[in-house]
Design a protein around this ligand. Structure first.
Ligand SMILES: *Cc1c(COP(=O)(O)O)cnc(C)c1O
Length: 445
């Protein structure tokens, strides 16, 4: 039997009220505020394995996974030991140290086209820096991105940026100068004709195409067969770079990320890759990388400046290295199996309750759209029913399962999702599906 928690959460409510007096909206990243599902975000006090414990002492099976990083589950004993050991030897040196090298070696060993990597502290920094490098290398200013793809809160990349922005129904962000936005061309995902048209018209000004390797920030929308290949062919033909953003997919979809599943393409590999999330093991570590000849344009060897006080931080790199070293074939097989068990059961429960839904996959990454039919791009994704998801989300929460508080997000499964954790999710699904069904009945005319 799943637990049955009351809909109020007194300790979280008190903390949220306190937070709102000193933090905008009470949160340090907007989606955490529960605005699209309503109610009070749960303030978490500890996490272990597949579980989160909140300030009211309630236990949840976690399907947020810190939005991707916690691939081994929370507080993995060996990662904890590596972190504790690193921290006992100093928090930050501001000098080179060995773990940075070892983490870079691990990434290079996993992703074949990546010969050199530069470490940074967030996925946002990784994409921002990759973009600067692409502009520096090509001497061009424009970039192409796809609607629904999120690449962090980089000014030039916030246009039509998927989950966080979609959750709030904001077309764009205020505070982005039109000069920055003017250099960004936004195209529909999976649309090769639109890509070819833009390059035919404007190719000599385009520095790069940036894409999520397999988008997960508008819900999971995998590239249609041949799409990534077309990105590679068109960019190459016009002297632009292809940047594959693997911040979410990297070291999650396979040991080599999405590239490990789909690459190399006949037209070649992407030029630059960005990584984050899993490679930091829950700490602030991210990276961008590519062939040595391209990465040589970065300072101190080349003219493209990029730096960071905490880049390659010894504690963060220890966590990332210990995490990646434990991302074995067994771990990937386990996550794949657990994800399929959960997704199949969710689809069965939704079908039984008559709720329209579509499950989509990118490797072991999946999300469920609350609408019928294939989702190929952001316009399709926006057909998902946010009210139905909100009802489903809260019914799961009340039964001790914490989904991401956004209808446009991956359900993140970890190596720690064992039979007991998965069973709790399965037991909670029928009631949640029936709550979603009630929500649809209310919305329908
Ligand atoms: C999360 C994410 C980012 C941003 O990473 P942060 O560490 O939050 O700055 C960039 N690209 C993709 C694909 C992501 O999923």
């Amino acid at each position: 039997m799943p637990p049955s928690y009351p809909s109020d959460a007194p300790a979280s409510e008190a903390l949220f009220a306190r937070a709102k007096t000193v933090v905008p909206g009470g949160v340090n990243s907007p989606v955490r505020a529960f605005r699209s599902v309503g109610g009070t975000p749960r303030f978490i006090t500890s996490a272990r394995g597949a579980y989160l414990i909140d300030a009211d002492g309630r236990e949840y099976v976690d399907l947020i996974g810190s939005w991707g990083p916690m691939i081994l589950g929370h507080t993995h004993p060996e990662v904890l030991a590596a972190v504790t050991d690193a921290a006992s030897r100093g928090f930050s040196y501001g000098t080179p140290s060995e773990n940075e090298v070892a983490l870079a070696e691990e990434i290079v060993a996993r992703v074949e086209p990546v010969e050199h990597v530069r470490l940074v502290s967030s996925g946002t920094e990784a994409t921002m820096s990759a973009l600067r490098l692409a502009r520096g290398l090509t001497g061009r200013s424009r970039v192409v991105k796809f609607a629904g793809c999120y690449h962090g809160h980089v000014d030039a990349l916030l246009a039509a940026a998927g989950s966080g922005v979609a959750t709030f129904g904001l077309p764009d962000s205020a505070g982005v100068p039109s000069s920055a936005a003017a250099e960004t061309i936004v195209l529909p995902y999976n649309d090769i004709a639109a890509l070819e048209a833009v390059f035919a018209a404007d190719g000599e000004h385009i520095a790069a195409v940036i894409t999520e390797a397999a988008p997960g920030n508008m819900g999971v929308v995998p590239p249609a067969p041949g799409f990534t290949e077309a990105l590679r062919r068109v960019t190459r033909d016009h002297g632009a770079l292809l940047i594959s953003d693997e911040v979410m997919t990297g070291f999650r979809c396979s040991r080599s990320g999405w590239y490990g599943l789909e690459g190399p393409y006949a037209a070649g590999a992407p030029d630059l890759f960005t990584f984050g999330k899993v490679m930091g093991g829950g700490f602030p570590a991210a990276a961008f990388g590519g062939p040595a000849a391209l990465m040589a344009a970065l300072a101190p060897d080349g003219p493209v400046y990029q730096a960071g006080t905490l880049s390659g931080n010894p504690v963060a790199t220890a966590a990332g290295l210990a995490t990646l070293q434990r991302c074995t074939p067994e771990v990937y097989a386990h996550i794949d199996a657990a994800a399929h068990t959960i997704a199949d059961a969710a689809a069965a429960a939704l079908s039984a309750a008559g709720v329209p839904h579509t499950v989509q996959w990118a490797g072991s990454m999946f999300s469920i759209f609350f609408c019928e039919g294939l989702v190929r791009d952001y316009d399709d994704a926006k057909r998902t029913s946010a009210p139905a998801y909100a009802a489903f989300f809260h019914a799961m929460l009340a039964q001790g399962v914490h989904l991401p508080p956004s209808a446009y997000e991956v359900w993140f499964v970890s190596a720690a999702h064992d039979a007991a954790a998965v069973d709790r999710i399965l037991a909670a699904l029928p009631a949640a599906a029936s709550a979603a069904s009630d929500a649809f009945a209310t919305i329908a005319p």
